[in-house]
Design a protein around this ligand. Structure first.
Ligand SMILES: Cc1cc2nc3c(=O)[nH]c(=O)nc-3n(C[C@H](O)[C@H](O)[C@H](O)COP(=O)(O)OP(=O)(O)OC[C@H]3O[C@@H](n4cnc5c(N)ncnc54)[C@H](O)[C@@H]3O)c2cc1C
Length: 391
């Protein structure tokens, strides 16, 4: 949506396909970080974003058996928005879709699922999709795969990828939230499990992190056992968790961490999770995907306008976005290996690991994780991409 909006602002003809009829999936992330809020400001969408119900949170805290520790302080960042904004991603996408929909060269085809690539002479010429009225073909000078971590277009492209693995999956469910509950993100680390509560106003979106492939075991133990485990780790949810009465209320999300070796083929570019599936650690995947889009728009605008797009342009997008992507994934892999895996394997309540205790003791250090999470390793600016005419 972001790349579509930016290219349409340049006058390029853009068609975005979305397989669902709306963006109302509750299993997307929720966080909009300072770098993305800056991009919205640059686009003049800051006031519209501020009008959407949201919660701004200026610190991240985690609770272990030996206490609660502050690990990131966004208030220490010298940025326009020194906080993480919690906003359902469906609202964020609606905002972008409304802005793009006002542009004459943009169209969004909802309920259209891309099912394959149109190729000829070794070049991707567009996509085949399944729409409400039947099969559709969309031909284009450039096809962008931004279809997430289970990207069908990536699969059809045959581009080689490297899978780094993830030690966890996530059970995802909602619980009512009382108005006097803690605000923002509530993270609890316990024996063999981690619980994250994402404050969505009148309800908690709960992420119950389990060992990879442990879904069947949790379900076999029964819903009563799940309720007991949640209440034991987060006593503040003991009453609310009784609302879980049916497994239909619980969705299992499979976590992946991988990266394409090459993000492009003639006529095709992969961005976001389609190029590099992100672990939920740090909640940075949305913002990285947005930064890919902003970078791609800047580099694509002129070649698309002049009809000089070639593989070199696509390769230069990958080159620029490789370091922030590989660097962020490396940090996620370190956190998976030294923090999440031992905790999921442990049968004893977890104490805060020494690096987190060090962070909590030295508040100035909390600016570092805040920077990595909030701004990222290479934030992108829309700057220089002024609205213009194009093809
Ligand atoms: C449990 C969990 C929690 C997370 N929490 C956070 C968080 O809080 N903050 C954060 O920044 N990141 C979070 N992440 C990571 C984040 O969700 C992803 O990195 C991010 O959504 C990637 O954005 P994207 O646009 O590339 O893909 P997606 O957000 O997955 O978007 C892909 C879009 O393409 C559509 N689509 C898919 N297939 C097709 C098709 N064939 N045809 C047409 N449309 C299609 C989908 O419906 C979707 O709208 C989390 C990940 C997990 C697994």
């Amino acid at each position: 949506m972001m790349l579509g909006l930016l290219l349409a602002r340049q006058g390029a003809g853009v068609t975005v396909l979305e397989k669902h009829k709306d963006f109302l999936r509750d299993f997307r992330g929720d966080t909009v970080h300072p770098s993305t809020l800056d991009v919205l400001d640059e686009l003049g969408l800051g006031p519209a974003a501020a009008a959407v119900p949201h919660r701004d949170v200026s610190e991240l805290r985690t609770t272990f058996s030996d206490g609660t520790y502050r690990v990131a302080d966004f208030g220490r960042l010298r940025v326009g928005h020194p906080y993480i904004r919690f906003m359902p991603q469906s609202d964020f996408l609606d905002l972008l879709a409304d802005a793009a929909g006002a542009l004459p060269t943009f169209r969004l085809l909802r309920s259209h699922e891309a099912v394959g690539l149109i190729e000829s002479g070794g070049v991707v010429r567009g996509v085949r999709a399944q729409g409400p009225e039947g099969p559709v073909e969309v031909r284009a000078a450039l096809t962008v795969a931004a279809d997430g971590r289970n990207s069908i277009l990536r699969r059809h492209s045959g581009l080689p990828s490297r899978n780094y693995g993830a030690p966890m999956d996530v059970l995802w469910f909602r619980l009512r939230r009382s108005p006097d509950a803690a605000e923002g993100l509530d993270m609890h680390f316990g024996a063999g499990r981690v619980i994250l509560g994402i404050d969505r106003g009148d309800y908690w979106q709960v992420a119950y992190v389990i060992a990879k492939g442990g879904d069947a075991k949790v379900r076999a133990a029964g819903l009563a056992d799940l309720r007991r485990q949640v209440a034991a780790l987060v006593p503040g949810l003991a009453a609310e968790v009784e609302q879980l009465q049916d497994w239909d209320q619980v969705r299992t999300l499979t976590v992946r961490l991988d990266r394409l070796r090459r993000w492009h083929a003639p006529g095709l570019l992969c961005i976001g999770d389609a190029a590099h599936a992100m672990s939920p650690i740090g909640g940075v995947g949305i913002n990285l995907a947005i930064q890919d889009a902003v970078c791609a728009a800047r580099m694509l605008a002129r070649p698309l306008r002049n009809q000089t797009l070639n593989s070199r342009t696509l390769a230069s997008i990958q080159r620029r976005r490789w370091f922030p992507t590989a660097g962020t994934q490396l940090l996620q892999r370190v956190a998976q290996r030294f923090l999440v895996s031992p905790m999921l394997a442990s049968s004893k309540p977890s104490k805060a690991p020494p690096p987190l205790r060090l962070l909590a003791r030295h508040p100035r250090l909390q600016a570092l994780p805040a920077r990595i999470i909030g701004v990222g390793l290479l934030p992108e600016k829309v700057q220089g991409l002024t609205p213009g005419r194009g093809a």
